[in-house]
Design a binder for this molecule. Sequence first.
Ligand SMILES: Nc1ncnc2c1ncn2[C@@H]1O[C@H](COP(=O)(O)OP(=O)(O)OP(=O)(O)O)[C@@H](O)[C@H]1O
Length: 435
Amino acid sequence: MSNSEFKSLGCSKWLVEALNAMKIVQPTAIQKACIPEILKGRDCIGGAKTGSGKTIAFAAPMLTKWSEDPQGMFGVVLTPTRELAMQIAEQFTAFGSAMNIRVAIVVGGESIIKQAIELQNRPHFIIATPGRLAHHVLNSGDDTIGGLKRVKYLVLDEADMLLTETFSKDLATCVSILPPKNKRQNLLFTATMTDQVNALAKAPQIDGKPPIFSYEVESIDNVAIPKTLETTYLLLPEHVKESYLYQILTSEKYAKSSCIIFVNRTVSAEILRRTLKSLDVRVASLHSQMPQQERTNSLHRFRAQAARILIATDVASRGLDIPVVEFVVNYDIPGNPDTFIHRAGRTARAGRHGESLCFVTEKDIQRVEAIEERINKKMDEFTDVGDTAVIRKSLIKVTAAKRESLMAMDKEGFGERRKLQKRKNESKEKTHRRT
Ligand SMILES: Nc1ncnc2c1ncn2[C@@H]1O[C@H](COP(=O)(O)OP(=O)(O)OP(=O)(O)O)[C@@H](O)[C@H]1O
């Protein structure tokens, strides 16, 4: 048994040992601040930069309390994306394996019936995306979701995102089945504070409940990105972006790096994936137009380093914890500076070094300035571009690969499939609204 500081924060002995086995001994700032307060029964709003250990900050106190009386459904964790839900569920399962923990994942794109059966088995923790949990709340009987009426904890991970309009209806449905606010503990965590989150931090105290504990590690609004993150930009014309990307990814410096490339649209992700694949780069992709099984497989391949590069839309920008990622490329610049913080935060996690590069065309300059203002830091110019003669030469090869990709996508009706899917989703949404 070690002299882990988690013990002095009040975590159970078995959990301290489980953390220890994973070499997690010294709590991070957010963990030190939040664990004792959550154990006291307080609601908590925790703000800390990407990769600074927010998951354990809420998981450790919940698991400690659960192990004192491991009965029935104990806690619900909501997250905005399916992959993040799966990752959190894996962590709960790993931490609680010695205690026979039961964790259910309730996310879209997976079998509703299988999930209903899992819920009937009374899992201790339910890790869910709001849309699918709301579906169960609206359509399943008490034998499936009745246990939710007695949960002790509700966690909103990536709370700023979950509190946006996109999730409001589903979130309200999920919360409607839980015990009232004063009969459950509410834990909110985020890497980017928004007005909605701040407003909750200032909410009046509920009678008989300890006051909300609100904590931000060194004001994340002023220091929004990890210290170990290098931020650079490369100014370039739109039509050479693919060639530069290919050149950089295959250059001596980055040829072995694990890298996530963020684009703004699913169609761009598909074009890039095909183009790079035909140029023999080991790529995987992750976007919302892929079937869930493919999304899961892609992420597995990337995590296992079978694919060195992940091309992704913002479904991958939040929460994903893949320690080997050393390099994040913003192939397209996001419109919301907070999105940049989350994307770049897929690297430089837990004190590791990481790099973020922005591809900047003329039309992106204002967006980059807004990001620099948000992160309180000027980006440096990227200098590892390599030989421009080589890039010029590769331009022909890369352009040909892109043209072939576009032709293949056209033939397969990629755009059509998306339109069809969109129409299907819209009609599903209408039915959902009617029910
Ligand atoms: N006390 C600790 N000691 C060592 N490693 C830790 C500690 N706490 C967490 N970690 C590791 O740090 C990494 C990042 O943690 P986590 O995923 O919880 O970050 P986060 O703050 O939720 O980030 P994001 O805002 O991107 O969701 C994980 O790999 C986790 O296992």
